[in-house]
Ligand binder design. Structure first.
Ligand code: ACO
Length: 327
């Protein structure tokens, strides 16, 4: 039997902190509104000249080091992101060059906040079928560059960061990805999108004047879909593995909103002590939130051998996804 084993993780957040009080000076908002509605107290953002690949590189180097491998051992690199360095080529190709991962195939996937679990699922399949042995997956975003800093409904939420994991084919059933489940529903695409810059509305003076290159979000509509979908994805994942919610040692949810996280935990009857929360300090870095939370939890020594980790994401598309990992 070939198991997809997580042999290393790494993460990186930019040094620059923006607090809610800083945002009070930019838009008509308050620390009280942001904290009570989202749970965010501060977030990290890159300096102006830092692209996505730089964050992805830092997180990947740490993951490769913790895996005890060399970059040249990688067969494949997958980057989940909606804020790539460029439209062409993929950021995964820039990362491959920066790492010196000469043998690796490389591509990006766009599944918004579900990007890391989508990437994990692809890696899981390649390893289980024997196509590839060692795969680097990355969830990374520089959303500070695609949000409208005059729009209070988005600029208080989104942030930058990167997390990575190395998966390897193993005969040992530990630190193993037991399952991944992916979902999408394009009817809700209109609730979270960047209208400009693609083939529908190529960049022009008009798209820039109309601020079409920034994230547009109907947060309230997404909120309801998110809670429903995340519960559904968790229950499907648990059932698939013959597990009950009480078997879960750690829930690592996407960090979109503390109220969504708490509602998901409540619906699963999981106490908040079992739930990993980073949103207060990092905000919503989309595809990066889950790998950052996973890496920090592992490095803090909070993941024990045999623990069942349930992770669930929800994001633009809309997409949602879940995974169960046995440590
Ligand atoms: N400061 C002060 N007031 C604000 C702010 C702000 N930053 N933003 C909005 N408001 C106001 C609104 O204008 C509105 O005022 P009104 O009642 O006078 O019209 C009021 O606050 C309530 O606005 P809502 O949008 O209804 O607020 P809500 O409680 O829904 O919270 C939030 C907004 C935090 C965005 C929430 O809806 C949410 O978290 N949604 C889910 C987002 C999500 O899951 N996205 C997908 C993942 S992200 C990804 O894929 C990249």
């Amino acid at each position: 039997m070939i198991y997809p084993k997580i042999i290393g993780t790494g993460s990186h957040v930019p040094e620059k902190v923006i607090t809610n009080f800083d945002l009070e000076k930019l838009v008509d908002t308050s620390d009280e509104w942001i904290t009570t509605r989202t749970g965010i107290r501060e977030r990290r953002v890159v300096k102006e000249d830092v692209p996505l690949s730089a964050l992805a590189f830092d997180a990947s180097k740490k993951a490769i080091r913790s895996a005890g491998i060399e970059a040249r051992d990688l067969d494949l690199i997958i980057v989940g992101t909606i804020s790539p360095d460029m439209q062409l080529p993929s950021t995964a190709c820039f990362l491959q060059e920066m790492l010196g991962a000469k043998r690796a195939a490389a591509f990006d996937i766009a599944a918004a906040c579900s990007g890391f679990i989508y990437a994990l699922s692809i890696a899981e399949q390649y390893i289980k079928t024997g196509s590839y042995k060692t795969i680097l997956i990355v969830g990374a975003e520089v959303l500070s560059k695609v949000i409208d800093w005059t729009d209070r409904s988005t600029c208080v939420i989104f942030s930058d960061g990167a997390g990575a994991a190395v998966l390897q084919a193993s005969s040992e059933p530990s630190q193993v990805v037991l399952s991944t489940h992916l979902f999408a529903d394009g009817q809700f695409a209109k609730y979270l999108y960047i209208p400009g810059g693609g083939s529908l509305h190529p960049a022009s003076h008009e798209t820039v004047d109309k601020r079409m290159h920034y994230v547009k979000m109907s947060g309230n509509e997404l909120f309801k879909v998110a809670i429903r979908s995340m519960e559904e994805a968790c229950l499907i994942a648990l059932k698939h593995n013959g597990l009950r919610p009480e078997d879960v040692d750690l829930l690592i949810p996407h960090q979109a909103n503390l109220r969504i996280i708490e509602a998901t935990a409540k619906r699963l009857n999981l106490p908040m002590e079992k739930v990993v929360v980073t949103i207060h300090k990092y905000g919503n870095a989309s595809s990066a939130t889950i790998p950052i939370a996973l890496d920090e939890t592992i490095r803090a020594g909070k993941v024990k051998k045999g623990n069942i980790i349930l992770s669930v994401a929800f994001g633009g598309g809309v997409t949602w996804a879940s995974t169960v990992i046995r440590w």
